[in-house]
Design a protein around this ligand. Structure first.
Ligand code: RB5
Length: 149
């Protein structure tokens, strides 16, 4: 799977570990940066690049890491077609796929151990979307178009 990764200064060390983990398990990793934890950057710059790649179809999945995952998810969800979810554990990662068909995963490097972050990705990747939840996704898409009441 072609997966786009992005992080700010708070998340780039964990991003590097996750990139290596994904590459080792056969995925194509596209790294949008940043890579220096000593230089403060703005998470929307990285969320935007990854989210636009997912929305265009150039990337199958996005993975964004900041301090909490919250800023990345807020920014990524501004891009039409993106369903970004902050996940904290295997359960939220699994359900983000099964119920929400999330196409961008966001994680907080200041909150998660790297082992847990890897388990989250693995859980997400083996899970599949349950079509019983499609009606809710259609309503999210309608909200994006401004046509929902
Ligand atoms: C950066 O200090 C921090 O605000 C950012 O990584 C993230 O946690 C924002 O949601």
């Amino acid at each position: 799977m072609r997966i786009g990764l992005g992080a700010d200064h708070a998340g780039c060390a964990l991003k590097a570990l996750l990139a290596a983990h994904l590459a080792a398990t056969g995925h194509e990793v596209v790294d949008f940066g940043t890579s220096d934890p000593a230089i403060s950057v703005d998470y929307p710059d990285y969320a935007g690049q990854v989210a636009k790649g997912v929305a265009s179809g150039a990337l199958k999945l996005g993975l964004l890491v900041c301090g909490t995952g919250i800023g990345m998810s807020i920014a990524a969800n501004k891009v039409v077609g993106v369903r970004a979810a902050v996940v904290h554990d295997v359960t939220t990662a699994r359900l983000a796929r099964q119920h929400n068909d999330a196409n961008v995963l966001c994680m907080g490097a200041r909150l998660l151990a790297s082992t847990v972050a890897m388990e989250c990705i693995d859980a997400f990747l083996v899970e599949s979307f349950d079509p019983r939840h499609q009606r809710r996704l259609d309503k999210i898409a309608a909200l994006e178009k401004g046509s929902a009441s």
